[in-house]
Design a protein around this ligand. Structure first.
Ligand code: FAD
Length: 301
């Protein structure tokens, strides 16, 4: 019997599930929150083939509905540790322990912190504009970061906030040209290049501004919220298997999305593959799910 576990219910994990289920495997997916992962929090997606524009929650919902219709079993638990015994992988969650002959890791990334947030997270400091932007409708806000995520977050906020300061330590925004053009077309967006945020100022326990440092000068911007979008690190700290190769923390996989440990596959943002996008996460998931299912059939139970 083909039997696999998938850790992470974002688009990589869901795609792995769809392919493994369709190949006849019994699939158990562990997800700590709701299905959909990061995609469920994105406002609009305009580069996923077949949609001119689609809301993130819809794409996530369609994918999880498809996986569930194929018989996906979901366990809403956080995986705390993954180890390997003689023939099986052992997953320990916050509630129980499980063993599987093959596993797909699709745990994505977690956002970097500025280190100066203090206790202001949820009091004006946020890591998700789609989740929290509406609380700051009509107010001035800052987005910290200059990459794809920062541009996407700032574009979303530009439609609902009075001013959006985009503060980046780099001298240019590094997202897709079209996305940058789209952001800068908003006349309420102000780009602060070569600028570092040195302090988040609070008043009565909520964010009231930021202190920035640029060209030897310190300035203050009065904002009601700070959206941090300064990159991410792969979520692999729960993997306690020595032979798993990593590159800058990301899991290294081969053309079948198998790691350097037999039977352990990985897909999506958690891998060292380039272009961390939905379409590539889905492609990884398809490979990881198919080959993990095929591998599990070869393991004696
Ligand atoms: C602001 C922003 C905008 C973006 N816009 C676009 C876009 O327009 N187009 C595009 O193609 N891409 C976009 N991306 C990138 C895209 O969202 C990612 O490439 C994609 O979501 C990666 O999917 P994933 O399944 O690998 O990871 P994730 O979506 O991060 O899913 C990982 C899942 O694993 C779960 N998990 C983690 N650890 C555990 C654990 N220990 N136990 C159980 N569950 C766990 C998490 O809860 C999560 O649900 C954007 C990213 C950001 C940040």
């Amino acid at each position: 019997m083909k039997k696999i576990a998938i850790i992470g219910g974002g688009v990589a994990g869901l795609s792995a599930a769809i392919y493994a289920l369709r190949s006849g495997a019994e699939v158990t997916l562990f997800e700590q929150f709701g299905l959909g992962g990061l995609v469920a929090t994105i406002d609009k997606i305009e580069n996923f083939p077949s949609y001119l524009s689609v809301e993130g929650w819809k794409l996530a919902n369609d994918m999880s509905t498809q996986a569930k219709a194929l018989g996906l079993k979901t366990i809403r638990q956080k995986v705390l540790s993954l180890t390997k015994s003689e023939s099986d992988f052992v997953l320990v969650t916050d509630k129980d322990s499980y063993s599987f002959p093959a596993v797909v890791v699709a745990t994505g990334t977690s956002h970097n912190k500025l280190g100066i947030e203090g206790n202001l997270v949820g009091r004006g400091v946020s890591y998700c504009a789609t989740c929290d932007g509406a609380f700051f409708r009509g107010k001035p806000v800052a987005v910290v970061g200059g990459g794809r995520a920062a541009v996407s977050e700032a574009t979303y906020l530009a439609d609902i906030c009075s001013i959006v300061y985009v503060v980046t330590a780099q001298n240019a925004l590094t997202a897709e040209e079209k996305a940058v053009e789209n952001l800068l077309a908003h006349n309420n967006v102000q780009l602060c290049r070569d600028t570092v945020v040195s302090e988040i100022i609070a008043a009565e326990g909520d964010v009231a501004g930021i202190r920035t440092f640029c060209d030897g000068q310190t300035s203050q911007l009065d904002v009601s919220a700070v959206f941090v979008a300064t990159g991410a690190v792969p979520v692999t700290d729960f993997i306690h298997i020595d032979d798993v190769e990593r590159s800058r923390g990301y899991l290294v996989v081969d053309g079948r999305c198998e790691t350097t440990v037999k039977g352990l596959f990985a897909a999506g943002d958690v891998t060292s593959g380039s272009l961390k996008q939905i379409v590539t996460a889905c492609a990884d998931g398809a490979k990881a799910g198919s080959f993990a299912a095929a591998y599990s059939a070869t393991v004696k139970q």
